[in-house]
Design a protein around this ligand. Sequence first.
Ligand code: GDP
Length: 283
Amino acid sequence: MLNALLPHSGNAFRIGISGVPGVGKSTFIEALGLLLIERGERVAVLAVDPSSAVGGGSILGDKTRMERLSMDPRAFIRPSPSSGTLGGVADKTREAIRLCEAAGFTVVLVETVGVGQSEAAVAGMTDLFVLLQLPNAGDDLQAIKRGVTELADLIVVNKADLDADAATGARSQFVSALKIMGHRDQAWRPEVLQVSALDGTGMEEFWQAACRFREVQTSSGGFEQRRRAQDQSWMWERIEAGLRERFRRHPDVRAALTSLSDEVREGRVAASVAARRLLDLFN
Ligand code: GDP
């Protein structure tokens, strides 16, 4: 089905949205989603939250968090698939993006919690990666996590209504941090914006910045290049996951695995030797 739909997919603007719990992701997505459907866009909201398998509740499981958006027929909200590993969850979400596009959605928002590898996974499946931050985050250099900040195409300081001075301070901290960090795309200079998702201030400016990003990336070729690279690494990720699973299921490997890994644990066989022996059994 994915293959049949492939020619009809690819037309949406894929936007990843990340930030620590409580930063205002749901509030931001609801505000943005409502703004966009008023302009005739069709908005799908997906999520990557591998922790939901453990905690039992997905970040989007409780749809009341986006009460108005979830009730609008022009929007579609899907909770995070709660099946196991990050790789599996990310895989299902990538497929869901294609299905949403084929169904005619023009903007796909992919939400993720600001922890661990899930941010990198979402940055690896979207056109634009947005990092939400709190106004006091600038005081705390820990909040400027290098890895994820380098992935950010736009940084949004949310809750600017609470303390405008703090938000302005945080904004300039991020601007200077970005100057020394560099960015994965040559043509784009990440911007730092200030918004209040709660009262809607700055949401219009956010959308303008997102569209600016899309224009710059489209004319530089970065947009297509990113998507092509993403498809390639998606394929390799699936190949590697599939190989690992087949390897573990292989009868000869299974027969030898327990004793060899015991021997490695006890220091009787070098790990690299054990790995080579097991790989030789797998053909
Ligand atoms: P998430 O965990 O990142 O999805 O955060 P939520 O969207 O659930 O927001 C967490 C809390 O912050 C809620 O009580 C929101 O009402 C509040 N909040 C979100 N955005 C803003 C904002 O711009 N200003 C203020 N004052 N509160 C906000």
